[in-house]
Design a protein around this ligand. Structure first.
Ligand SMILES: [Zn+2]
Length: 371
């Protein structure tokens, strides 16, 4: 309901957009800049879904909506105009700092990054995932990201600094970073709890591996699987709290299987086609695990509902390298994984990860075309 309510503000915000949205991604690879620059996230390490959601809130497009899109609309609508305006002006801090704080500085043993919401459910599922997939996974750190980093100027500053150093943010002087960190922390401390802990700040879950990264700091980071409080709260709010967090944990774990088996190196050279393949594959593997008797034995419909609702939030840019596949393709990928689990003989037989990937690659043309 908020998208149109926000139109008058969007006119004012539009002036600011070139600063935030058109900054070219600082890629280390020298790949050509994508032509659809305004719809691109400039981050190269982590896709931040709330950025796409904010673009939709500022300038609505004809994009199909899921339950989570409607939920996100409500989060924008509940903000005062002043808060929304502050968000637009300080989006790099609000939408990225909790993510990058956990990525750069979080460790699994640090209470500041301990799972809180759904902690036991996620820990149990993580244990099940490690047993289910035949890869080396003992080195992956499972942790949470919370929004309280936004109340702390020192944490904001160190995160922005590391983002600038690694090319995730356009260059800023130390003085500008310190001023921005202080402005954001001071503002956030004065807000109500609904804004301080807004699910948008932590509306993500992601898998990270530094292997092969050229930046020495990024390459030195341990493998991580980070679950944001915001996405967990969102699933609770739309009635998928029993399945959603576990399904996206399984999707993100599948990316670690892909890292481990070198799957990212064997796909199509076109970045959009490569991302679509690994994302649809992660959906398929999540669905295979979540519906399999030896996995979570969950209902396939609820699993695919959960997968589709998160990974399509704000995601209408089908040609973008960050694109995850159309909703129909994702549905077919999730169905394929559930069918594979249902066909297991005996029911408890689990295929090696490499075999699932091989079978998926053979099925991918049909999953894409629907024929
Ligand atoms: Zn993914």
């Amino acid at each position: 309901m908020s998208r149109h309510l926000r139109w008058p503000l969007a006119l004012g915000a539009a002036v600011l957009l070139p600063l935030g949205f058109l900054a070219p991604a600082a890629t280390a690879t020298g790949a050509p800049a994508p032509s659809a620059a305004p719809t691109q996230s400039r981050h190269t390490l982590v896709d931040v879904p709330a950025e796409a959601a904010l673009r939709e809130a500022v300038a609505p497009s004809e994009c199909g909506t899921t339950l989570l899109d409607d939920y996100v609309d409500g989060l924008f609508a509940e903000m005062s105009d002043e808060q929304f305006s502050f968000l637009v002006q300080h989006q790099d801090a609000l939408l990225s700092v909790p993510t990058y704080d956990a990525l750069f500085f979080g460790t699994a043993g640090d209470p500041a990054y301990a799972l809180d919401s759904h902690a036991r459910q996620l820990q149990n599922t993580y244990r099940d995932l490690r047993r289910f997939w035949d890869i080396e996974s003992g080195d992956i750190q499972l942790m949470a990201m919370h929004s309280d980093s936004l109340l702390d100027a020192a944490r904001i500053a160190r995160t922005l600094e590391a983002m600038v150093d690694t090319g995730e943010l356009a260059p800023m002087t130390d003085a500008a970073i310190a001023a921005e960190a202080q402005t954001v922390a001071t503002y956030m401390q004065a807000q109500d709890e609904a804004f301080q802990d807004n699910p948008l700040w932590t509306f993500n879950a992601f898998a990270f591996s530094g292997e092969g990264e050229s930046d020495p700091f990024i390459a030195s980071l341990p493998d991580k699987l980070i679950m944001g409080d915001g996405i967990l709260e969102a699933y609770d709010a739309i009635g998928l709290g029993d399945v959603g967090p576990r399904a996206i944990l399984a999707h993100e774990f599948a990316h670690h299987v892909q890292y481990e088996l070198g799957t990212f190196d064997t796909g199509p050279t076109d970045p959009a086609a490569a991302t679509r393949r690994t994302e649809l594959m992660a959906d398929a593997m999540a669905s295979y695990f979540a519906t399999h008797k030896k996995g979570l034995a969950l209902n396939r419909k609820r699993v695919s509902d959960a997968l589709l609702s998160f990974y399509t939030v704000g995601d209408c840019s089908f040609a973008s390298p960050g694109h995850h596949g159309t909703p129909l393709q994702r549905q077919r990928a999730a169905d394929w994984g559930a069918d594979l689990a249902a066909a297991a003989q005996p029911r408890s037989a689990v295929l090696p990860a490499a075999t699932v990937i091989e079978l998926f690659d053979a099925a991918l043309p049909g999953i894409i075309s629907g024929s």
